[in-house]
Design a protein around this ligand. Structure first.
Ligand SMILES: [Zn+2]
Length: 289
C-alpha cells in the first residue's frame, strides 16, 4: 500500500489513508494491477503509479533490451528483432542507461574502498572523425571493476584539423572538465593512500594531486590507442595498465558503436553515455569475477 498520496502529499506530510479500490488490467504484460483510493482527497492511484516503469507500454522488452545492448547489439537491429519502432528503442536505451548509472553508482558505493586505480581516455567520435569524443574511464586494478566514466567532446587531431575547422568550426575541449567530474565522483570510492596509475599525459598530475592529495600517482610511458580502437591491448610482454586496457578492449568488443572505425557510429553523445553506462553496469554485475 502506498505511504504517500501523489495528489495531496505535497500539502500535508502526515500521510494519507488508503483503501483498496479494485483492479485494472494492463494489456502490455497481461497483469491485473491493484488500485487504491485516498480517503481524504478521493483520488485514486495504483501499484503501477510508483513503479520505475510507470506508463511504459513495452516494459516486457526492457530486460531483453538491456542484455542486447550489453552484448554488441545495435539500435536498428533491436528495432527489427524486438518488433519495436527505432525511436522507442532509443528512448528505452536512455531510460535503461539512466537506471544502469544509478545501479553502477550504488554498487560502487557499497563496495570496499579501492586501493589501486587505473584511468585513461578512450577515444571515439560522433558522426564523423572530425568530431571526436573522449571517454575518461577509471577501473580498479586486478578486479577490473568499473568505477566511473565520463564522455566529453574534444577537437580533431592530426591531419583532420583543417578539414574539421572548415566544416564544423570551433569544437571545445571538455576533457579536463570531464576528468575533474569523474575524479570528484571517485573521491569517496578510493582509499586515501591509494595508488593511481595512468599514462604519461602531462595534464593528469595536477588533477590527481588536487582530488587525491595523499595518493601516489604513477605514470607509465605508452602508445595511445586510435579512434577506431587499435592499440588498446598492446603487443608487449608486460602492460602496467592491463586492467584498464583490457576493460577498454571489452568496451570495444561489447558496445556496438565502438567496434569499428565507420560501421556503427554514435550520432548523439548522450546516447553514447547511456550505452556505456548500461554496459559498465552489466560488466560489473556479470563479468567482473
Ligand atoms: Zn490524497
Amino acid at each position: 500500500m502506498p505511504s504517500n498520496c501523489p495528489n495531496c502529499s505535497l500539502s500535508e506530510n502526515s500521510g494519507s489513508e488508503f483503501v483498496r479500490f479494485g483492479f485494472f488490467y494492463r494489456t502490455s504484460d497481461s497483469r491485473w494491477v491493484q488500485r487504491f483510493r485516498c480517503q481524504r482527497c478521493k483520488k485514486t492511484c495504483s501499484k503501477a503509479t510508483f513503479h520505475r516503469w510507470f506508463r511504459q507500454k513495452k516494459r516486457i522488452k526492457n530486460e531483453a533490451l538491456r542484455k542486447h545492448f550489453a552484448s554488441h547489439g545495435t539500435i536498428r537491429r533491436a528495432a527489427r528483432n524486438f518488433n519495436l519502432n527505432r525511436k522507442t528503442v532509443v528512448r528505452k536505451l536512455l531510460v535503461l542507461g539512466f537506471e544502469a548509472e544509478c545501479r553502477l553508482r550504488l554498487g560502487n558505493a557499497f563496495s570496499p574502498k579501492v586501493h589501486e586505480v587505473e584511468f585513461d581516455d578512450l577515444e571515439t567520435f560522433e558522426t564523423t572523425k572530425c568530431k571526436p569524443l573522449s571517454v575518461t574511464l577509471a577501473v580498479e586494478s586486478g578486479t577490473r571493476r568499473i568505477l566511473g566514466l565520463e564522455v566529453s567532446s574534444m577537437p580533431a587531431k592530426g591531419l583532420l584539423v583543417g578539414k574539421a575547422w572548415r566544416k564544423y568550426g570551433h569544437r571545445s575541449d571538455e576533457r579536463g572538465h570531464g576528468r575533474r567530474k569523474l575524479f570528484s565522483g571517485l573521491r569517496h570510492l578510493v582509499a586515501e593512500d591509494a595508488i593511481i596509475k595512468s599514462d604519461s599525459n602531462p595534464h593528469y598530475p595536477g588533477d590527481v594531486a588536487e582530488f587525491f592529495p595523499k595518493a601516489s600517482h604513477i605514470q607509465f610511458l605508452g602508445k595511445r590507442g586510435s579512434l577506431g580502437g587499435q592499440g588498446e591491448l598492446k603487443k608487449v610482454r608486460f602492460d602496467p595498465l592491463f586492467s584498464l586496457n583490457h576493460t577498454c578492449a571489452m568496451f570495444r568488443a561489447n558496445v556496438s558503436r565502438l567496434t569499428r572505425k565507420t560501421w556503427v557510429t554514435t550520432k548523439n553523445p548522450a546516447h553514447l553515455h547511456a550505452h556505456l553506462m548500461l554496459y559498465a553496469q552489466y560488466h560489473n554485475e556479470h563479468l567482473e569475477k
